[in-house]
Design a protein around this ligand. Structure first.
Ligand SMILES: Cc1cn([C@H]2C[C@H](O)[C@@H](COP(=O)(O)OP(=O)(O)OP(=O)(O)O)O2)c(=O)[nH]c1=O
Length: 191
């Protein structure tokens, strides 16, 4: 029997991506404190946060495979999560424009019965073209960037600003699908 899949995320993008793969699932989201540990690397931080998000839900359901994920943008030794407000979004985009930055997406799959956790991450390079201040302000006014790490959505209006990427497109949107499918299969799921 194929195990039930539970998505531990409030992100509508992640639900859509799982649906795209044909993975039936329910969504159970529990707020988790998303602070980075400074001595740790970005890959271990996003993997740990993905695991914490999944664990918060796995401890509340009796069975199933629980998926957690975490996505951040890194540029010039700074980590950009979701902007705190519109001004923060403008600041982020002023820094990112004209440069290559990295996106790290961690994914964890936890078997709720055994609490066995599998996790990994993907790293993607993204080149954002130069943006004028007027373009940045008008983009932030669309409100699209306000709930996105790095203050842009590659899958939305923000696509206009992205020259190229190197890596898994779906990791930028928030859920690396090849990795997620791999972790699910290792945990007993079958397609
Ligand atoms: C860079 C980028 C990020 N994002 C999104 C993916 C994530 O939803 C979000 C990063 O925030 P996360 O903290 O990873 O996720 P979340 O708060 O949206 O959801 P939850 O913690 O409940 O799982 O940024 C895009 O949608 N498009 C992009 O191009």
């Amino acid at each position: 029997m194929v195990p039930e899949v539970v998505l531990a995320s409030s992100s509508p993008r992640r639900t859509e991506l799982l649906r795209m793969l044909g993975i039936a699932h329910r969504v159970v989201s529990v707020p988790v404190n998303e602070t980075m540990i400074f001595g740790d690397s970005v890959p271990s931080n996003v993997s740990r946060l993905a695991r914490e998000k999944a664990l918060a839900v796995a401890s509340r359901v009796t069975q199933g495979l629980v998926i957690g994920a975490d996505t951040v943008v890194v540029f010039d030794n700074q980590i950009f999560g979701k902007p705190t407000d519109a001004n923060d979004a403008v600041d982020m985009l002023r820094k990112l424009q004209g440069h290559v930055h990295e996106v790290f997406s961690g994914v964890a799959v936890i078997d709720a019965k055994t609490l066995m956790a599998r996790m990994d991450y993907r790293r993607v390079e993204v080149k954002m073209r130069k943006l004028s201040d007027a373009e940045i302000v008008s983009y932030v006014n669309t409100r699209e960037p306000l709930d996105k790490a790095g203050a842009y959505a590659i899958q939305g209006v923000g696509a206009r600003f992205i020259e190229w990427i190197c890596g898994d497109y779906y990791a930028v949107v928030g859920l690396p699908l090849e990795l997620t499918a791999h972790l699910l299969i290792e945990s007993g799921y079958s397609f």
